[in-house]
Design a protein around this ligand. Sequence first.
Ligand code: PRX
Length: 633
Amino acid sequence: MNYEAFYRQSVDDPDTFWSREAQRIDWHRAFDTVCDHARPPFARWFVGGETNLCHNAVDRWAQRQGDTPALIAITTETPDGTPAEKTWTFAELQRETERTAAIMRSLGVGRGDRVLIYMPMIAEAVFAMLACARIGAIHSVVFGGFAANSLATRIEDAQPALIMSADAGSRGGKAIPYKPLLDEAIGLSAHKPGHVLLVNRHLAEMNLVAGRDVDYATLREQHLDAQVPVTWLRSDETSYILYTSGTTGKPKGVQRDVGGYAVALASSMEHIFCGRPGDTYFSTSDIGWVVGHSYIVYGPLIAGMATILYEGTPLRPDASIWWQIVEKHKVARMFSAPTAVRVLKKQPPELMKRHDLSSLKALYLAGEPLDENTSAWVADALGVPIIDNYWQTETGWPILSVARGIDDKPTRLGSPGVPMPGYRVKILGEATGTVCGANEKGVVVIEGPLPPGCLQTVWGNDERFVSAYWSNFSTEQVYSTFDWGIRDDDGYYFILGRTDDVINVAGHRLGTREIEESISSHDNVSEVAVVGVEDKIKGQVAVAFVIPRHADRVATPEAKQQLEKEIFAVVDRQLGAVARPSRVHCVNLLPKTRSGKLLRRSIQALCEGRDPGDLTTIEDPASLVQIREALQS
Ligand code: PRX
């Protein structure tokens, strides 16, 4: 079957299509209904079925190929950057997951309880995710680069019974303590977890809170022989929550199911990622992001592949480290982000050439726009197909790509590709809500029901799910991606950036509103606007414009610099260094409409040296002059 026929069946006869795809996983109880869409926009997949993500990722492979590698944890966060690694076979991974599951149970965690995982890229983080999946607890992984306030918001929203963390992460060989941030976050949150389970890597001092904090290694010793059978879950039970930024300052908890997600991953591993049991797969993402959930942990394991968990930067001990890993572990499929490739592109080409990369079949890139230059350079350097894929935390797996497991439909430079199975993608005019013609710019939307694996709802807030994602057009109820896009004459899509206040820094999705709220807490900030500005390496960087409360205190360039430094520190402390703006400019006016709405698109345009656009609604044009002057200084 070629792509066209395959895709057509997925949207014209979804029941047949997804019934077939569902056979890629094990079901404890067969489903009765493929998709229940009686209450749109909510969709329930494989209703009546019972399954388990951990069984499909671990146990079934432990039975079939127990001695083959499942998890390969590699760290270059060693004193001199020399890689250290440890491998777990499927049988060993099952045993370790059972131990972690037993520890969680001993701490009172049960089916439906939330477990917040705030961990560096170490194997215990993967055991924790799989252990939750095993016993039906709902995990909520928070990116280790986030700081106290970001963490507190998530603790308060998810209300975890247990938080699992570690003494520290590490970056560039330097320990980054987690425990003090975690304690501060728990202090800030109205909800307090029953227990905090801590992995001690002996990288930083840790003060344990009596009665609350427990040591992972000690409890593991007590559960070495634990056997914890999987809990069979309803297909539409919740597997996890993953918070992501949106238009408001409050992150949304993307809630995912069990059965639909398992099928979507099994299907995408086959058709898009061409995963073969026994092959090795290497994604350079982080478990704190959706790529880490779907394509470090669950996807590759569900496909019976060995997955590499990498802690470290792409440049330490030197810029050949990833290629060294590819060679050593005969990596077949690799997944990264355009920013990482742009960073490596600046390094001497010999570093790549030195290694035998013949095992590598394809490189997948996602998370941000892939520019033609970067794509052409890496295709040439590696000599393998570069597969761009476009999706979101909300969808859990690619919306657009080319499915090399189906046919060899050519890629097109600058385009992530064509719709993947089950996604009924359209482009609608922002104001009109009508379907755009070929090559006409509009908003990328998806018709319901969304395919399996996509978000069920926003955690604890069905109303927000409907109002945020499904109510953007008066013409029809469609899911908005909040991305601009166009479709060319041949059906290839091009993504042209976000329609909302979300920015994408080095493939990390950040909300400008959250950054603004954090900056506002500085006592010399009266108003602030944060916009995403094009950057050659990171794709975008955040740039802040603040109106000081006391202008007299920032009268000199030195004082302005001091304020900038203080604002960096505030953001680092509250949100984490990932959210730190690259520059803070002082102004005494911000461009707004007469009704007081910030004209972010105009500010962004000025920062990028473009025309500020339609200014008929602007309150005070002098504000634009100020932005220009600030940029020049
Ligand atoms: O704007 C799009 C951009 O990243 C957003 C989703 O980010 P996140 O929720 O972190 O999920 C990343 C999953 C890979 C999208 O709304 N984006 C993601 N992939 C691409 C992209 N933009 C252009 N091309 C892509 N391939």
